[in-house]
Design a protein around this ligand. Structure first.
Ligand code: PLP
Length: 378
């Protein structure tokens, strides 16, 4: 069965350039830490790939630490960040919109005696910088704010918030989970100004199992994994040379598509317009500030049933973040949506490769699902 995919915020297909780079890297199997030519060659390759990833992130290669995923970068920055400031206090600020990789890390720190303030979004998934200003305290040690929300596609005011936090107290560390913003909205380490920025490869056409944490120059982050001293002593463990090669190739291939954002935005707009026309009972929760994500709801319907019915027809959409495993989404709940809206939430996410023909099939499958489920329910 051919698959129609509208869940690019969950993960993306590995792009052909990344597949080739991975296969090629697998045959250069040397350990980058080995001193003979085979090892040195592997080290040279990792160096070149780090330069490519650094360019995509707008920072220097020495600021890039490869990780296994976005979750790891978030854990590293938050856990080691609060440790760096342990003499300052035990107060953390984050938002109620964050991915579980941030929220569960904060909850774990709460169990260890930290106090966490969760900033509430407005109805559209936006955070007001003034709420952050009001939450800052002398004992605040770290702020963690995502760049783009993965379920409603809202863009958070990270650069403005970094300025505000640093003006209050430059010692407060700022972490940004930029997993959904990387190569989807323009930003660089310096434009954000954050101390730590985490990204993930599998959201941009790289294989799963690779991500990166960027650390601002001068911030003395401590190692996450101790051992043989790889990643400049910051993350020990033999480098994932093939995944790193795939990550660099995916960055390059994505950056080469200069019209990718306008194409993605256009197909999202087309899909939303068709949905509004074809299924009047469907409500748009958020059209998304970013090109690739929007959220809609079929009030009163069960989103997991709709997702299953569409899945059986070969169409992949999400009832929210793929990480929820059937639990209601904390993000939609934080928006204060009425219960029938909460039940029927669906996230649609797009790529420049998404076509109008695919969108038409999605719309008619959703229309059919809505009709048949309505008949069964009534
Ligand atoms: N942060 C955000 C905003 C995400 O959307 C995701 C994945 O969906 C993650 C973090 C986790 O990234 P990874 O799957 O690479 O661990």
């Amino acid at each position: 069965m051919s698959v129609i995919y509208f869940d690019y915020a969950a993960t993306t297909p590995v792009c052909p350039q990344a597949v080739d780079a991975v296969v090629e890297a697998l045959s250069h199997f040397g350990n980058p830490s080995s001193r003979y030519p085979l090892g040195r060659e592997a080290a040279q390759r990792v160096k070149a790939h780090r330069e490519v990833v650094a360019k995509a992130l707008g920072c220097s290669p020495e600021q890039v630490y490869f990780t296994s995923c976005g979750t790891e970068g978030n854990n590293w920055a938050i856990r080691r960040g609060v440790e760096l400031n342990r003499r300052k206090g035990k107060h953390i600020i984050t938002t109620a919109l964050e991915h579980a990789a941030v929220l569960e890390t904060c909850r774990d720190l709460e169990r260890q005696g930290y106090e966490v303030t969760y900033l509430k979004p407005d109805r559209d998934g936006h955070i007001n910088p003034q709420d952050l200003a009001a939450a800052l305290r002398p004992d605040t040690v770290l702020v963690s704010m995502m760049l783009v929300n993965n379920e409603v596609g809202s863009l958070l005011p990270v650069a403005a918030c970094v300025k505000l936090v640093k003006a209050y107290d430059p010692a407060i560390l700022f972490h940004c989970d930029a997993v959904q913003g990387f190569l989807k909205v323009p930003f660089s380490m310096s434009s954000l100004g954050a101390d730590f920025v985490s990204v993930s490869g599998h959201k941009i056409g790289a294989p799963k199992g690779i991500g990166a944490l960027m650390v601002k120059k001068g911030v003395r982050l401590t190692p996450y994994l101790t051992g043989g001293g790889q990643e400049n002593g910051m993350r020990s463990g033999t480098e994932a040379t093939a995944q790193i090669a795939g990550f660099a190739a995916a960055c390059q291939a994505t950056m080469a598509q200069s019209d990718r954002l306008s194409r993605t935005a256009a197909i999202k707009e087309y899909t939303l317009a068709r949905l509004r026309q074809a299924i009047p009972e469907m409500k748009v929760i958020s059209a998304g500030d970013v090109p690739h994500i929007c959220a809609v709801t079929l009030p009163g319907y069960k989103s997991e049933v709709v997702v299953r019915v569409l899945g059986d027809a070969g169409i992949c959409i999400s009832s929210g973040s793929a990480c929820h495993k059937g639990k209601p989404s904390h993000v939609f709940a934080a928006l204060g949506l009425p219960k029938p809206w909460l039940d029927g939430t669906l996230r649609l996410s797009f790529s420049p490769a998404s076509t109008q023909a695919e969108a038409d099939q999605l719309v008619s499958a959703l229309q059919q699902a809505a009709d048949s489920l309505f008949t069964t329910l009534s």
